[in-house]
Design a protein around this ligand. Structure first.
Ligand SMILES: Cc1ncc(COP(=O)(O)O)c(C=O)c1O
Length: 346
C-alpha cells in the first residue's frame, strides 16, 4: 500500500506536536521518600464565605507519612548521614509520639535504620500501632519526672540515658536541630511563596518545636518580604508564658524550644481545644477537608483576626496534618460532649 509521506497529512499545529515516543512522561520517583514535599497549595473559598480576603492552604497531609513532619524527619536524617553521625549500626533515639515520630519511623524504615521512640502513657493507641507497623521500637516511660511532675522531662531524661548507654544511639532532637527549620525554609514555605509569586500579606503557622515558624521567618527574610507572620499556639502551652492542661496533641509545647526566639513571629494567637474542634468541623463541613486539630486552630485564629485585615488581603497557612488521627477526639461527638458540653462552633 502506498501512504503519502506523513508530513503532508499534518497541519502546521500538528507538525510541532511531539511524536508519541517523545511525549513528556509522568515523572517516576525513586522510592517512597521521593514523594516528600511539593504538596498542593489550594485556595479555599467556602470556609470563609463572602470573605474580603483570599485564603490559601498548604496541604501537608499529602506527604506520604501524613504530615509536614516528614520534611524535617528526612532532612535531619540526611544531614546526620552527610555529617557522618549515622552509620549502619546507629540507633536513632527520639522523644516523640506524634507526627515527627511517624515521619521518622517512615524514613528509618525506608533507609533500613533502627529507630527507638521514647513515648509516655498519653500516646494514642493508633499512633503506637502506626509506629510499630513501620518497625519502630517503643520505649515507654511509666511515670512522670519526680522533679517536675511532667512526662516530657521524664522522656527527655530517658533519651539522655539511652544516648549515654546504648551503643550507636543518636538523638536528632527536633527541638534544636537546624535541619528542622531548614526543611521548612527551603521546602514548605519556599514552595508556598513560589506558587504565590511572593505576594503574601499574612502567613499563619501553628507552633510546637517552632521549626516551621523559624523556617517561615527565614524564608521571608531570604526574599525580603514584609509578610506578617502569625504564630498560632495552644492555650496552655508554655511558649508564650502559659502553663495549663491541653487535650489535643500536635501544637503547643511543655518547654520553650531552642528554635524559638522573640524575633520570629510578628503576632501570636492562642487557641483553645474547643477552638480547634470548631475550626476542624467548619473546615470539613465547608471544604471536605478532614484536617488535624492544629489546622482547626488556624481556622479559628483566622476567624478571629479577619476583621483586622483590609479588603484584598492575601492570607496563607500551613495545614499540618490530616484528621484520621483525631477521629476519637476532634471528630467524636461524645468526646466533645464530655469535654465541652457539646460540639463547639466557630
Ligand atoms: C499537627 C501539628 N501541628 C503543628 C505542629 C507544630 O509544628 P512545629 O514543630 O514546626 O512548630 C506540629 C508539630 O509536631 C504538629 O504535629
Amino acid at each position: 500500500m502506498n501512504f503519502p509521506p506523513s508530513r503532508t497529512l499534518r497541519s502546521p499545529a500538528h507538525a510541532h506536536a511531539p511524536a508519541a515516543a517523545d511525549a513528556p512522561r509522568a515523572a517516576v520517583g525513586q522510592g517512597l521518600l521521593s514523594t516528600i514535599g511539593q504538596t498542593p497549595l489550594v485556595q479555599l473559598t467556602r470556609v470563609f464565605p463572602q470573605a474580603h480576603f483570599e485564603f490559601f492552604a498548604k496541604l501537608e497531609a499529602f506527604n506520604p507519612g501524613g504530615s509536614m513532619k516528614d520534611r524535617p524527619a528526612l532532612r535531619m536524617v540526611q544531614d546526620a548521614q552527610a555529617a557522618g553521625r549515622i552509620g549502619p549500626d546507629s540507633v536513632l533515639v527520639e522523644s516523640s509520639s506524634g507526627n515527627l515520630a511517624i515521619g521518622l519511623a517512615q524514613v528509618a524504615c525506608a533507609m533500613g535504620l533502627r529507630l527507638m521512640v521514647v513515648v509516655d502513657p498519653k500516646v494514642t493507641q493508633a499512633n503506637l500501632k502506626i509506629l510499630r507497623a513501620y518497625g519502630a521500637e517503643i520505649d515507654m516511660v511509666s511515670t512522670p519526672d519526680p522533679e517536675t511532675g511532667e512526662y516530657l522531662s521524664a522522656r527527655r531524661k530517658r533519651v539522655a540515658h539511652l544516648v549515654a548507654t546504648l551503643p550507636g544511639a543518636v538523638n536528632l532532637n527536633q527541638y534544636a536541630n537546624p535541619g528542622n527549620p531548614a526543611a521548612h525554609r527551603e521546602g514548605t514555605v519556599s514552595e508556598m511563596l513560589d506558587a504565590l509569586d511572593n505576594r503574601l500579606d499574612v502567613l499563619l503557622v501553628s507552633i510546637s518545636t517552632c521549626g516551621s515558624l523559624k523556617g517561615a521567618r527565614l524564608a521571608l527574610r531570604d526574599r525580603g518580604l514584609a509578610t506578617k507572620l502569625v504564630a498560632v499556639d495552644a492555650a496552655g502551652s508554655v511558649i508564650f508564658g502559659q502553663r495549663g492542661p491541653r487535650l489535643l496533641p500536635g501544637h503547643g509545647a511543655g518547654i520553650i524550644p531552642e528554635h524559638m526566639d522573640d524575633s520570629l513571629a510578628d503576632a501570636a494567637e492562642l487557641v483553645t481545644d474547643a477552638d480547634c474542634v470548631a475550626g476542624c468541623r467548619a473546615l470539613v463541613r465547608s471544604e471536605a477537608l478532614l484536617a488535624g486539630a492544629s489546622s482547626g486552630g488556624i481556622v479559628a485564629a483566622i476567624h478571629r483576626l479577619q476583621h483586622q485585615w483590609p479588603a484584598g488581603t492575601r492570607v496563607a497557612a500551613i495545614i499540618p496534618d490530616r484528621g484520621e488521627r483525631y477521629l476519637d477526639t476532634v471528630y467524636d461527638d461524645a468526646w466533645c460532649e464530655r469535654h465541652f458540653g457539646g460540639v463547639p462552633e466557630l
